[in-house]
Design a protein around this ligand. Sequence first.
Ligand code: BG6
Ligand code: MG
Length: 218
Amino acid sequence: MVYKGVIFDLDGVITDTAQYHYTAWKYLGEKIGIDIDENFNECLKGISRLESLEKILIKGNKENFYNDLQKEDLAKSKNEHYVTLLDKLTPSDVLENIVETLNYLKENDIKIGLASASKNAPTILDKLQLRDYFEVIVDPAQVKKGKPSPDIFLECAKMLGLDAKECIGIEDSKAGVVAINESNMLSIGIGSESNLNHANMIIPSTKELTQTIKTLIN
Ligand code: BG6
Ligand code: MG
């Protein structure tokens, strides 16, 4: 296959904001009497803010404790905490070999897109000084269904002017890898075999990304 585009997830792929999401959810959980651990957190990765809250409430058998307005307030308070954690972000927080990979893609005229479920994605890319690399950043509010539905990846390919089959998707979450697979792109999972064994290719960290992309593109 001749690949013409690479579509990145953000949190946990470009930078380790996945840990800040976890910190903020864990803190909120403690406030409402629901304990979450890192293992449970895997199922929150890739999904929207409100869906994450819903899963946490279900875990604590509290899904009927709050009305929609109260749930929005809880999600808002998690986000306010999360955004304060983002204050610390600088370009030095870009994960290893991400800039090298982006430069390699640019040099080889491969289109670059972002398919993140995060409403904070543009702010994060600005803090990391990476925004100019991305030809397309899909606004998650514009797609009907979030990951694991393939919609956000399909929309990104469309906006890049490419067929899904011409694209490679990169993800660290279970839901995200399902979304890439469903879109018929080639999926690269970054993380552990135990979480991402449905990915077409798995690498343990972004350290291996430039080399992996090179073998696929040339
Ligand atoms: C995804 C994260 O990238 O974005 C999820 O993996 C997060 O953990 C989702 O819930 C939504 O992010 P935000 O920044 O809009 O709350
Ligand atoms: Mg992610």
